[in-house]
Design a protein around this ligand. Structure first.
Ligand SMILES: *Cc1c(COP(=O)(O)O)cnc(C)c1O
Length: 424
């Protein structure tokens, strides 16, 4: 330990500024400090990112990585997108935080903008995906009692097995992933779990008390699981027939990730409500929202719901810049084209340990055969300068920023091939 680090962090920061103190930390010091002082609810790759730009991230030694995690699709615009960062720069001269006790022009424009972008009527701004999901659950339940006539406290929501909707206590109540909920009961009631992609199972689970079906259009954390063709559209019809709300959680699949603005657009299965997050924050800031049809969204009255930071001016301008840039750069088109290329090229790799390659747009999963040393493979990816992590089902996710190009797709495939050599 040198004197700098035994001296109070605060003296150091006050004398030298936060950035100078951050810059001085080595990669191994950063890793040790994180493990010593942070709860161990993550198992990160042994990589300390000190800067990132576009599709690339760099560690303290200057090693370059292609960021195929893309913050689980939150970094769709690439790291430090100039349109987004310039917007924030300008905003920092104006106003950043006022609370919802007042109106702001930023919020006004965001609400209209996100409704136009999603073709929905009204929006409720939040900060994180889990909050958006919680918000949608509250809206659906209130709609059940206020509009559908479900007896008080009897509303049921149908969800899918292997889902991922976030980490709050209510949400982990209906997770089927043991590690997400094992020690966190008692669980909140009111959820019915059916197999993903099974329309008959949804039909059988619907009762007069069912207020909503909430699912991801493609299960991303679950291992890039794409439902059978026609499932989304048929689910839409089934919900309509039974006066049940359809809620798509598009937090990971939304905003061009799968080659369309939203994944439900692959089958024109427009929901009554949609949860948004991740890429809505332009790779820079947590921004989330629920958007939906007026007859659902208008059940909220003052005091029903809220968030201190939700809809703050910085979040609003970031989200507006993020949506504008997706359109301006046609990142839907890029995602569709480059995703198809990535899938095609990964499928052509000769490695026998590959079980399956699947994806829509730039949400791609490479599943390896049972018995493959996935720990070793993860290390080999890092060695090759590819950031990717295993989701469930031995599936490595490729969700790079949508600003990559064909050359970078080729590099990803080449490096993946070399990483697979290490376990073949
Ligand atoms: C990431 C994610 C969430 C949770 O978002 P947070 O911002 O981490 O709370 C919810 N649903 C889906 C589908 C996600 O991918």
């Amino acid at each position: 330990m040198n004197t700098v680090k035994t001296k109070s962090i605060w003296t150091d920061i006050i004398e030298n500024g936060v950035r100078a103190v951050v810059e001085r930390l080595t990669d191994s010091e950063a890793i040790e400090m994180t493990e010593a002082y942070g709860t161990h609810n993550y198992h990160p790759l042994p990589v300390n990112v000190v800067r990132a730009k576009g599709a690339y991230a760099y560690d303290g030694s200057g090693k370059q990585y292609i960021d195929c995690i893309g913050c689980y699709s939150a970094v769709a615009h690439g790291h430090l997108s100039e349109f987004v960062t310039n917007t924030v720069d300008e905003q920092l001269d104006k106003v950043t935080l006022v609370s919802r006790a007042m109106y702001t022009s930023e919020l006004a424009l965001f609400l209209k903008g996100v409704c136009e972008y999603t073709d929905m009527d009204m929006a409720c701004p939040m900060n994180t995906g889990a909050e958006a999901v919680e918000t949608a659950i509250k809206l659906a339940r209130k709609w059940a009692y206020a509009k559908k006539g479900v007896p008080m406290n009897q509303a049921e929501i149908i969800v899918a097995a292997e889902n991922f909707h976030g980490r709050t206590t209510t949400i982990v109540s209906f997770s089927t992933e043991k590690q997400y909920n094992e020690f966190f009961g008692p669980y909140g009631p009111g959820f019915k779990i059916v197999p993903f992609g099974d329309l008959d199972a949804v039909r059988a689970a619907i009762t007069p008390n069912t207020c909503a079906v909430m699912m991801e259009p493609i299960q991303a954390e679950g291992g890039i699981i794409i439902p059978p063709d026609g499932f989304m559209a048929e689910l839409r019809s089934l919900c309509t027939e039974n006066n049940v709300l359809l809620i798509w959680d598009e937090i990971q699949t939304g905003f061009a990730r799968t080659g369309k603005k939203f994944a439900w657009m692959h089958e024109d299965a427009k929901p009554d409500m949609m949860c948004l997050g991740k890429a809505l924050g332009g790779g820079l800031y947590p921004v989330a929202a629920v958007v939906g049809a007026k007859h659902v969204m208008d059940v909220f009255v003052p005091g029903d719901h809220g968030s201190t930071f939700g809809g703050n001016p910085v979040a609003c301008v970031v989200a507006l810049a993020a949506m504008a840039e997706l359109e301006q750069k046609d990142l839907c088109g890029a995602s569709a084209k480059l995703g198809a290329l990535l899938v095609e090229k990964l499928r052509a790799l000769p490695h026998p340990c590959i079980e399956d390659v699947r994806g829509r747009g730039l949400l791609v999963g490479l599943e390896v055969r049972e018995g493959t040393d996935t720990h070793k493979l993860a290390e080999a990816f890092v060695e090759q300068g590819i950031l990717t992590k295993e989701t469930r089902h031995r599936t490595f996710r490729f969700a790079p920023p949508l600003v990559i190009d064909e050359n970078l797709v080729n590099q990803i495939v080449e490096k993946t091939s070399k990483a697979l050599d290490a376990v073949s």
